[in-house]
Design a protein around this ligand. Sequence first.
Ligand code: GRF
Length: 204
Amino acid sequence: MFTIGVLASGKGSNLQAIINQIESGFLKVKIGVVLSDNPQSYALEIARSHGISAIFIEPGKYKTFLQPEQEVKYVKCLEEHNVELVCLAGFMRVIKKNFFNSYSGRIINIHPSLLPSFRGLEAWKQALQYGVKFTGCTVHFVDEGIDTGPIILQAVVPVLDNDTPETLHQRIQEKEHIIYPIAIKLIAEGKVKIEGRRVIIDED
Ligand code: GRF
């Protein structure tokens, strides 16, 4: 079966959404392994409670990316678990060379804005501060830039006058939980093609 690996640093609600869609039968993939740079990540607990290998790998001395020797360990571990697609789900570090050597074009991410607006951290706060009336979330392929890779799917979320960062983030996450499993399903079924910056989906 098509095998994915999930990398998460935080609470793991996207991981949970993926697991839910596997258990419902919608998503016919296997999660080979869940990796985290944070031993406290709830994602590790979610994985273990579903019988999925969950491994903390020391990130090393840098804050925003993995120390290269450590990055090699992440990639080795994914390969050992036969991972074909790497899914970043709230993984708080920039992916670098070692990942692209092995998984170029096979790494995806979920970002909480309508890219290319509001790249980087706390995109829902950036959207609120900017005053946009609509924001949302984006599933995209990961390239060597930050939140710059080809866009696979997006969902729109209206910004309400009484929104706080928390309420807006929560409504964005509800959409993330819908589109991330759909994007994984499309890739697993071989329906996604990259043409330059455009991602073409073969809907049959
Ligand atoms: C999500 O908002 C996602 O868009 C961003 O990190 C957050 C992860 O949330 N990349 P969770 O850990 O899956 O709940």
